[in-house]
Design a protein around this ligand. Structure first.
Ligand code: MG
Length: 333
């Protein structure tokens, strides 16, 4: 098999401001493995850069098999390092697998695409009135509200005033234990569904401390969770986990993490980074296994060169083409 890659510059429709910082563009990497496609998202707060991803890819070497079904053998030979680069290779391998078998991934996994949960749409941090305006204009049934700033309660109140949607808030590790304990009960007054990553990465004891306070809102861990092992470490500390291919290093480990979470009584939100249709469509094939979805990446990007999963409002429509089912729309910039 032949591995190659190229820069995949993504421009965002609106400035994406979260507790980790703000950005207008992302410099992802597109991977080709024979006829397979994969994507690596360069996310600074996970230590991923475009240069680092490309350096990883350049060092992979000849690990391939002629038989496209020997996925586990090939993936076991991947060197340690960049989870995003490993995800891109894993996605491309799955794409080749599906294309050569002539089936979309969800069928190979035995999943019913009609069971995919509705996706949320992300509202990045801005002035509360501007965030409310976004929610009012979009008119969708589920929003993920980015918080972790000075106006968190005002932002949620403003959105609730104009929308009866299901609301989730994501603090992106932006609160201290004390802030979280004070803010979560205030936010709960606005009929929220859950709170994502209230505390810094690694503070599992803090999550247990929050849970012991009997707060009214389910808590999900995101940045703290990368692999199935991290999921197991959070058993009893959170109500759910956020799984992303760019953290697990691809579809294979995401499946293990999803099943680990369910075995330990936790729900799973399947999510994405700022990614094109390549990465997000690959993830969407696993959506029927998960209780919650946050797969709005392509909706945030202005110049997505690919088409794959489509959206009927908040409903995810999986492509029925073989593999991940993504094709170029001929708009490469
Ligand atoms: Mg999150």
């Amino acid at each position: 098999m032949k591995l190659s890659w190229e820069a995949l510059p993504l421009e965002l429709r609106t400035t994406f401001r979260i507790a980790h910082g703000a950005s207008d563009r992302r410099d992802n990497v597109l991977v080709h493995l024979d006829e397979g496609l994969g994507e690596a998202a360069a996310v600074a707060y996970h230590g991923e850069t475009q240069a680092g991803i490309m350096a990883y890819l350049a060092a992979v070497g000849d690990i391939w098999e002629d038989d496209p079904c020997l996925l586990e053998d090939v993936l076991a030979r991947l060197p340690a390092g960049s989870a995003a680069a490993r995800a891109a290779i894993d996605i491309a391998l799955h794409d080749v697998w599906g294309k050569r078998l002539g089936q979309p991934l969800y069928r190979l996994f035995g999943l019913n695409p009609a069971r995919a949960p509705l996706t949320s749409f992300t509202i990045a941090m801005a002035a509360p009135e501007a965030m409310a305006e976004q929610a009012r204009e979009a008119g969708l049934p589920i929003y993920k509200i980015k918080v972790g700033g000075a106006q968190d309660v005002a932002a949620v109140a403003a959105i609730r005033a104009v929308s009866s949607a299901r609301l989730r808030v994501d603090a992106n590790a932006g609160w201290t234990r004390e802030q979280a304990a004070a803010l979560i009960p205030q936010l709960a007054d606005y009929d929220l569904e859950l709170v994502e990553q209230p505390l810094p990465v690694g503070d599992i004891e803090g999550l247990r401390w929050l849970k012991a306070r009997g707060l009214d809102l389910p808590i999900f861990a995101d940045e703290s969770i990368k692999t199935a092992r991290d999921v197991a470490a959070h058993a009893g500390a959170v109500d759910g986990v956020v799984i992303k291919l760019m953290k697990t290093g691809g579809i294979r480990e995401a499946l293990r993490a999803i099943h680990t979470a369910h075995a330990l009584g936790m729900e799973v939100m399947l999510s994405c980074m700022v990614e094109s249709s390549v990465g997000v469509t690959a993830a969407a094939h696993l959506a029927p296994l998960c209780e919650l979805a946050d797969l709005d990446g392509p909706l945030l990007v202005r110049n997505d060169p690919f088409a794959g999963v489509t959206y009927d409002g908040a409903r995810l429509c999986l492509p029925d083409l073989p593999g991940i089912g993504v094709y170029s729309v001929g708009q490469r910039l």
